[in-house]
Design a binder for this molecule. Structure first.
Ligand SMILES: NC(=O)c1ccc[n+]([C@@H]2O[C@H](COP(=O)([O-])OP(=O)(O)OC[C@H]3O[C@@H](n4cnc5c(N)ncnc54)[C@H](OP(=O)(O)O)[C@@H]3O)[C@@H](O)[C@H]2O)c1
Length: 343
């Protein structure tokens, strides 16, 4: 049994890690941290876990964390980087659900995240944890930068088009929408029920941190620089991301559904729908699936791709567990094969 620690388990991605990991046959959850709730039972805060877990929250402490085989950081940006070097030196693998290790250029990271990186020397070795691109590297990685939620939906939606060369790279538009849990569990006026319910708005139009992350991944993947307009929106619902992607056709023609089906035929967590079908966020709610349809309207020179995920699962905790399975030599899908919650 591999010993697993979770730092920041009182947040939404932390409790989502727990919801999947309590049913994982090959690991033991040995340590769950919260600074604010140390000493109280985990299932007192999260009654959905009653009967599955017999642990109390403890304060994050580097010596105890170093006894784990692998530690997840489900913490705000800038926390994992303070612990990672000591953990790696102790032989403990690290998966950061925040952005500390996602961007390779430390200057770009510092500009977007507004802080000084405490271990830029680790950035080169960190593997971007999108299995659909980096599966083999993830298997031998000790440090995983788990992708952001929007970047997961957008990147998976675009990979087949980039690979086939059938879109122009200098004019891609990602129009994205997220449920409110994307902002985490901390108190925040902007995510109160009475502020969000019955309304809909864009945010961070002048620039969002996920844009450089997406551009980095798409540019590395295609070997050319990619230009992307990225506009996120806040939806009055709890979970789910919808990315509507617009890309101009190049001179290379492709049969879209066939292209996507071939590209993702061996991927356990990407489901390609027929052209003309609109995937719904509720069809992936609470599951690790990404559902995609690629469309070519007869009235447009643009290809339109629709991509949906659950931000807390394929966009965070589920993808992190997929990475953990790969890193620990376990079956990639263990504990992650469950149908979405519907209605
Ligand atoms: N929500 C999403 O859909 C989503 C998707 C992808 C990625 N992410 C990323 O995943 C990370 C966690 O997101 P979340 O939504 O779960 O956040 P959250 O609900 O705000 O939870 C944050 C957790 O971190 C802990 N924490 C805060 N400061 C800490 C510190 N200095 N040291 C140790 N623990 C600390 C908190 O517990 P205590 O204060 O009790 O210690 C809490 O459990 C974020 O970086 C976020 O950007 C989130």
């Amino acid at each position: 049994m591999k010993k697993i620690g979770i730092v920041g388990a009182t947040g939404y991605t932390g409790v989502e890690l727990l919801r999947f990991l309590v049913n994982h046959p090959d690991i033991e959850i040995s340590l769950i941290t919260s600074r604010a709730n140390a000493g109280s039972r985990v299932d007192a805060m999260f009654p959905n876990l009653r009967g599955y877990l017999d642990l109390e929250f403890v304060s994050p402490d580097i010596e105890s964390l170093c006894e784990c085989d692998l530690v997840f950081f489900a913490t705000p940006n800038g926390i994992a980087m303070k612990y990672t070097e000591a953990l790696l030196n102790a032989g403990t693998k690290v998966i950061d659900l925040a952005a500390d290790f996602r961007i390779k250029d430390v200057n770009i990271w510092q500009k977007w995240y507004g802080m000084t990186h405490s271990c830029p020397e680790l950035l080169a070795d960190a593997v971007y944890g999108l299995p659909e691109i980096n599966r083999e590297k993830i298997k031998s990685a000790n440090l995983i930068a788990n992708p952001g939620c929007y970047p997961t939906a957008v990147t998976l939606g675009l990979l087949p088009l980039l690979k086939a060369g059938c879109i122009e790279l200098d004019d891609i538009i990602a129009d994205t929408k997220s449920g409110v849990s994307g902002a985490g569990r901390k108190a925040n006026v902007g995510t109160l029920f009475s502020e969000v319910s019955g309304s809909f708005k864009a945010y961070a139009v002048s620039g969002h941190r996920h844009q450089p992350e997406i551009i980095q991944t798409l540019s590395l993947f295609s070997g050319e620089s990619v230009d992307l307009t990225f506009v996120p929106h806040l939806l009055p619902m709890i979970r789910g991301i919808q990315a509507t992607l617009y890309a101009k056709k190049s001179h290379i023609h492709c049969n879209l559904t066939e292209l996507y089906r071939n590209y993702y035929k061996n991927e356990p967590f990407v489901d390609v729908l027929d052209e003309g079908t609109a995937p719904e966020t509720r069809s992936v709610r609470s599951s690790n699936m990404c559902q995609i349809s690629a469309n070519q309207p007869s009235t447009s020179q643009r290809i339109i791709v629709l991509s949906v995920i659950d931000n807390l699962v394929k966009g965070a905790a589920g993808q992190a567990i997929q990475n953990m399975n790969l890193m620990l030599g376990l079956k990639e899908t263990t504990a992650l094969r469950q149908a979405a919650l519907l209605p």
